[in-house]
Structures are given as structure tokens and as C-alpha cells.
Design a protein around this ligand. Sequence first.
Ligand code: TRP
Length: 327
Amino acid sequence: MPRVFSGIQPSGELHLGNYLGAIRSWVRSQHEADAFYCIVDLHALTVETDPAELRARTRQTALELVAAGLDPDACTLFVQSHVPEHPRLTWLLECTASMGELRRMTQFKDKSAGAESVRVGLFTYPVLMAADILLYDTDRVPVGDDQRQHLELARELASRFNARYGTTFVVPEAAVPPVGARVMDLQHPERKMSKSVSSPLGTVLLFDEPADIERKVKKAVTDTDGEVRYDPEAKPGLANLLELLAVATDRAPAAVAAEYHRYGDLKRDVATALCDLLAPARARRNELAGDPGAIDAVLADGAAKAQAIAADVYHRAASAIGLLAPA
Ligand code: TRP
């Protein structure tokens, strides 16, 4: 089976964009691949975070992922900081990466632009991400478009290391999810749904109450021409609603559009479809919430399984680069 690895920030509350853009394909992959999913708490430290909040969000993210369908018996779910090989391999890779290639990363340029002080960790973020991936002899990495450049860097660092020190790492491939998996903000349909760009009305959380989902969909921004047709350029808000109903019911957006004449009817059905789509996850979350120890046990087990592999790969790399193994 191919090995799949992906990572997610511990933002605490998953939203529909995370779910349709990534998590749903993670859930599918866990049965077709040897899947490793990592909650990247070390990456979260590259921007200001409150310690208690980070801890709570890390556990909450794990709980929501399991509720959303990740099955700890089918995949390995773990927290990045629980496997110390991640920062250890990062150092080796940092000693093969150049300042110039990291400076070219567009995410770094965006996040550091205009900042008075920039953390070193924000700069080396993509090297830690490369270590995440390379530690597991990963074949495929499902990532959104925004992470493509980071994945390219991981491939480059792996090839360079292999060329200089002998074959050590598997060079991973990107698996970019199909279009339509890009969910836009309901209030600002020109930008991606996101929790960090705060837009409470525009963001549907995975565990919003059905009444909240209905309210948010009802208030979603559309346009005034009143015609239901699929036109992402001219009618981004309506196109987003059509895409949501399309992915929720496994159809094409244009086919969905043909069935509606009124925005109100479309919105009503989008809300119903989303509530139905998310109902099983909601039920699982309520079960899990009653047993807080269960998630910690899942993460402990995941870290043990992950470390068994990561330790091997780390030692392979350490030995190749010339570090003397402890006697
Ligand atoms: N940087 C990724 C993001 O923000 C998260 C991530 C960290 C990741 N390590 C990874 C994704 C390894 C894929 C593989 O979305």
C-alpha cells in the first residue's frame, strides 16, 4: 500500500472548508493507503499562540478529526511534538537548505510582509514540513494548492540529500484535491473559507448547530440579478452555494443549477444537505465528548506507531550525513 502523509494545524474547530477540501479525502485514503495524519503543533508556534489555548486546540482538533471519520484503527493520527524525530530531522535538513530558497517561499513572504519582527521558525517552517513528510518514507502528500511550493521544496531537499549522501529518502509526490473542493467564505465569496480570517457568518463550522448552519446559509452573499446559473466569475457567491450542494450530493454544479429558479429554494436545500452531511460527525462527536480519555489514548497510540517508523528513517539520515551513532 502506498504511504500517505498529511498535516493539519491545531486550529481547534474544523470548518466546512477543511472538511470538504481535505478531511473527507483523508477519510477515504485511510482505507486505500497506509495513512499518517499529523496535528502540527510545532508549526503553530511560528506565530503568537496562547499556551493553554494551543494545548486545548490540539486535543480539540484530534477529537474533531476522529468525529469527522478518521478511524484510529485504519490510520495513524498523532501530534507532531510527540515524535521528537521531527525537530531532529529538521536540523539535518536545515543544514542542507539555503537561505535563498527559503526566502522565495510565497507563504513566508506573505506572512512576514510588513512585520516588525519575524520569527526564525516562520522562516524555517517549510523545512520542518519537509521533515514531517520525509520521516515516513511518504509516497503521496494530499495538500491544498497553497502548500504546493512547500511540497516542491520537500522534494528538492530529499533529492539533494540523496544525491549528496546516498539514497536515504523517498521523494514524495503531491496529490492536489480535485477542483470543487475549494469552499469559499459565505460572506466574502472571493476568498477561501478560513477561521483565521475571522468571518463568523461566512464560516460554517463542522459542529455548528443545524439552526446556525441554516442561518449562515440563508445570509450567504449572492447577487441581485436573480437568475440561478453556475458562473463562478460573474456570480461567485451563488457558484459557491451550487458547489456546496454539488459536493454534498455528488453531482455537478451546473446540473444542480438547472433544478432551481429561486435563490431561496437553493439556499434551503443547501442548508438541509449540509446538515445531513454533517449529522454523522455530530453524533460521533457527542459520543467522544463523553469520554475525554479516549482521545488521549488514540494520540498516545498514534505517536508510538509514528515514532517506530520515524526513528528508523531519522537514524538512516543521521548515519548517512556522518553523525556517529551512540554506542
Ligand atoms: N503547512 C501545512 C498547512 O498549513 C500543514 C503541514 C505541516 C503539512 N506539515 C505537513 C501538510 C506535512 C502536509 C504534509 O496546511
